[in-house]
Design a protein around this ligand. Sequence first.
Ligand SMILES: Cc1cc2nc3c(=O)[nH]c(=O)nc-3n(C[C@H](O)[C@H](O)[C@H](O)COP(=O)(O)OP(=O)(O)OC[C@H]3O[C@@H](n4cnc5c(N)ncnc54)[C@H](O)[C@@H]3O)c2cc1C
Length: 448
Amino acid sequence: MTATIIVGGGIAGLALAHRLVRLDPDHDVKVVEASPRPGGVVRTQRAEGFVTEVGPETIVDDGSGLSGLIGDLGLTGNTIEPRPDVKRRFIVRHGHLVEVPTLPGAFLRSPLLPLSAKARLALEPLCRRGRDPEETLASFVTRRFGREVLEQLVDPFASGIFAGLPERMEMASCFPEVWKAEQDYGSVLRGMRRARKGRGRPRIIGFRGGNEDLVNALRRVLGDRLWLGRSVTGLHRAGAQWGVTVGGEVPIELTADRIVLGIPSYRAAELVRPHDAELARELDSIVFVSLASVFLAVPEPRVPDDVRGFGFLVPRREAKNSVLGVLYSSDLFEGRARAGYKLFRAMLGGARNPSALEATDDQLLIEVRETLHDLAGVEAEPMFCRVHRYERTLPQFEPGHQARMGRVRERLAGLPGLCLTGQSYEGSGVSTCIRNARALAEELGGAT
Ligand SMILES: Cc1cc2nc3c(=O)[nH]c(=O)nc-3n(C[C@H](O)[C@H](O)[C@H](O)COP(=O)(O)OP(=O)(O)OC[C@H]3O[C@@H](n4cnc5c(N)ncnc54)[C@H](O)[C@@H]3O)c2cc1C
């Protein structure tokens, strides 16, 4: 019987464990998680009639691994989609919220981009393919679509998804499908159209009771394979196997055929350093940024009628403070706010504002209230506030990331039985972590 220990019970570690057991019910799988609760950053809180997501709020179901996991867990009936009338997203332009057009006609009429930038888009299919595999998002977009599209559209989305800066993000790592579209078809617009034909449109989902529903379902299935509140403090060879030291009042030594590190790369670096200092150096060099999120609820009648939709993003050139964007949480999914209240969630910090977390909670709250007041006309005193801080939480796939991952794979080949999973390597986001974890399970399951 094969034995696998997964270090870290975030969504990646849990999804991997679940898939391994599903592929082979006799597989001896243990997940060792430092926190008393599983799920890592996926966490839902309930208080005063509000349901708030501490971590991810919207999950993209692209039909790859997440749908399979949801089906396996019998959670299909528990997923919810944003209300149909909230598909509107906004971006700040010249100090005002402008709706992001989704149809070509609306795009041509939209004030989001000047005419010159729209005309520039027509030239995209004529641009040459990029040759630099380490090209940044900023360079890619400027080359193919022009500077205005970068600053007005792509910069805020880079903040919204990665909390990153386009000039420090490797295109091929952050948006592999778009990168591939250019490489395969010579045009992003043409390539994306073709790629979409073969598969359904990705959909945004949440879970009826909050995203922790997914974690709780995994927890139920994994049962006592899940060791909570136990931190792995050491990794060692044990003959042909690997061993881990599980900390606690009385440390425990566990051995297994395989160890999978499903923890942030900078934590994995600490464990692998005694075995391969070069691998540890590579893992340590993956940069993470910190974030804060502020939930705030105000009486619905005090919110202007047109403040309805998904939320808004703030391009860097429009930013007055460290707010990256605001989600209209209670518009997105039903049941998130107490009746009669509207719940907003602002994200602050990221690569754009590295010192944002030095501010006190009150200062962060003031920034959010100012932003909501100036951009959305929301003036009311909030009756509910929650501030969450996340230190070194989102990996930034900087130029050279793909090459680094190549070197990481080479070094791991010299440490058979040791694997990595989680958001630090092949992409962040709940869906991506699940897809990659399940793919790793297939690889490992097939190797038993
Ligand atoms: C504020 C915020 C908002 C986000 N919003 C979205 C969103 O809307 N949509 C989306 O798809 N994604 C979103 N993400 C990203 C997404 O949540 C992450 O990419 C994903 O959850 C990462 O999962 P993971 O398992 O790789 O890591 P983690 O969740 O970080 O899990 C790692 C686990 O390892 C444990 N651990 C660490 N060291 C040890 C050790 N030595 N021993 C044992 N255990 C250890 C930790 O306690 C943790 O539980 C968001 C992230 C944040 C922070």
